[in-house]
Design a protein around this ligand. Structure first.
Ligand code: TPP
Length: 334
């Protein structure tokens, strides 16, 4: 059974557990504020290199990771800050990694695209498009062999559908009924090209060719992402094998922080429309207020707390020391 992109489902309107959804809101806000700060650090030339911002896609990372146990695995992408934070990374160590400081997750030697945090089950971001599919599938194979009942989630953009590795591992995952969920974040663009110019056929048909169960959902609806992932995770834990989840979403900023002028590949009106009517934070906040489960005062307090946490985390990283020059060739595997 598959739901097509043009028939994307929406979440049930049932009364949720308000504490849970406020936590979900806070997690999404943390990612949003973190990314705003990253952009600011880049603009002030405080951050070496580039970063690919996740703003706009928060509901996918948070909805998925909230449905996982801490010891479940994720693998991430070049656009990975949201996945890392949603799985449990701390803001101060994330900023430290981005600024090349010793307190960072990779002692400042990985930067934005290589953050890994085994303590929270994060097996790593990956600068190679599609590159983490083998790692996630291998982790799922390991979990199955060990009988640990863990699942692995592989996050990737629709651009990774051009990578052969994904098809090799989906074949194995299906044959061996591995507990892996392939989460395709379809944000419409592969760098500066609309995906329809690079991708033949239907996205989910590629996974169905291997007999993998697929769904396509609205990736801006965090409740729907959470509920759907929960079902797919339970299915995987029961030994029913892999799933492929396409989440329809959008990145607000450019491909990376330096991609300022985007009108040659997408319009300002399109960007504004997603921000105005499809913003995952607004959608959740409005729904909770509409259902009288919370009010603006509570939401404002959460925002103030998150802003403080992000400010403090960034300052911690700015003040933190760089690794000693003597270890320049240590902890680097290439
Ligand atoms: C194997 C490989 N080919 C090309 C690139 C250059 N590259 C970096 S991101 C990107 C587009 C990725 O698009 P998508 O997977 O949809 O992710 P998004 O950037 O939209 O999150 C490309 C082609 C790369 N990093 N790795």
């Amino acid at each position: 059974m598959t739901k097509k992109a043009d028939q994307a489902t929406t979440s049930r309107d049932e009364a949720p557990d308000v504490e849970h959804w406020l936590h979900v809101y806070e997690q999404m806000l943390k990612i949003r504020e973190f990314e705003e700060k990253v952009n600011e650090l880049y603009m002030k030339a405080l951050m070496p290199g580039l970063a690919h911002l996740y703003s706009g896609q928060e509901a996918v990372a948070v909805g998925v990771c909230e449905a996982l146990r801490r010891d479940d695995y994720i693998t991430s992408t070049h656009r990975g800050h949201g996945h890392c934070l949603a799985k449990g990374a701390s803001v101060d160590r994330m900023f430290s990694e981005l600024l090349g400081k010793e307190a960072g997750y990779c002692r400042g030697k990985g930067g934005s695209m290589h953050i890994a945090d085994p303590d929270s089950g994060n097996l790593g971001a990956n600068a190679i498009v599609g590159g983490s599919a083998g790692i996630a599938t291998g982790a799922a194979l390991s979990a199955k062999k060990r009988g640990s009942n863990q699942v692995a989630v592989c996050f990737f953009g629709e651009g990774a559908l051009g990578q052969g590795l994904l098809y090799e591992v989906m074949n194995m995952a299906s044959l061996w009924k591995l507990p892996v969920i392939y989460v395709c974040e379809n944000n419409l663009y592969n760098e500066y090209t609309h995906y329809s110019e690079a991708l033949a056929g239907e996205v989910t048909a590629r996974a169905r060719a291997f007999g993998i169960y697929t769904e396509t959902i609205d990736g801006q609806d965090v409740q729907l992402v959470y509920e759907t992932t929960k079902r797919l995770v339970e299915r995987a834990r029961r030994g029913e094998g892999p799933a492929f989840l396409e989440c329809l979403t959008y990145r607000y900023y450019g491909h990376h922080v330096g991609d300022i002028s985007r009108t040659y590949y997408r319009s300002k009106e399109e960007e504004q429309e997603w921000r105005d009517i499809r913003d995952p934070l607004k959608l959740l906040a409005e729904k909770l207020v509409r259902q009288k489960l919370t009010d603006q005062i509570v939401l404002d307090r959460i925002q103030a707390d998150v802003k403080t946490e992000v400010e403090k985390g960034a300052q911690f990283a700015i003040d933190a020391p760089f690794p000693d020059q003597s270890e320049v060739d240590q902890h680097v595997y290439a």
